[in-house]
Design a protein around this ligand. Sequence first.
Ligand SMILES: [Zn+2]
Length: 298
Amino acid sequence: MRQFIFIIGLTSFLFNQAANAKDRYTVIVEKMQAIQKEHASTTALYSIGKNDDGVDIYAMRVSTHPSKMDKNKIGHLIVGTHHGNEGAAADLSLDFLNSLIQRFDSSELYRGQLSDTEWTIVPVLNISGYNENHRHEHGMDPNRDYPGPCISAAGGKLASVKAAMELLASRPFTGSATLHGFVGTFTYPWGIAVKNDHTLDHNRFVEITSKAAEINGYRYGTSTEIVYPCDGSFEDYAYWKHGAWSLLVELRNGSSQDIKSTTLALEKYFEQLDSTPSTQHALESECDRTRNLDLRNE
Ligand SMILES: [Zn+2]
């Protein structure tokens, strides 16, 4: 009997060890696999490339023909978790993904809309940071590793960021949202250090972002005004280089209520977008290094 109890105890110990050994990112990938299995006709799980640790960075494509990219459709992109200590960004990515699929399953009208649109969702870009609850990846801030009009760096020193740059170049993306925490804001370019932080699309950004922010009560404005100016971020790169209508989401506190209302607000943001990226996204203003506050904490 004692031997039996010992074996039960040992089995339970080994099981717990295995459960503890499962890292946070594996849990996210397993959730994506489960979604893909249940919605095989509208979702495809694929790798956008390997990071510096040789780990695949997974994306979910949601479309009527998800197995391959269709550049004729309107493309929308969500990239979560550049900063590993802002883990609620991954939860928001999955909440948005689940909501998107639910709408697709339940509504004829939405199915019609989705037939024109292809979504790409990357819940976690900085995998080692996410597993360790750490802002950086390999000692670098991934959201300062993109090229920009006011810096000379080529960007993409991190393999994860290089993969994100290649993803952005792989097809036109009309809308893009990048997910962070924790301020409670929706912001748009410019967030780089320039004399005038208003883009030529400023009025349109105000219009669409203010309507989205009505839903979750977030503040909105340029990233420079509301958060702080810095160079090398995804959100400015996506707009400057490719014209994507680019939104920086700073979750308020990452609570389930915050995530639910922000999913609804994001849906509102994307549904207002035109069918094509901006065509007037070049930087007109002069760079101004004295404005680069880069507080490096959001
Ligand atoms: Zn962040």
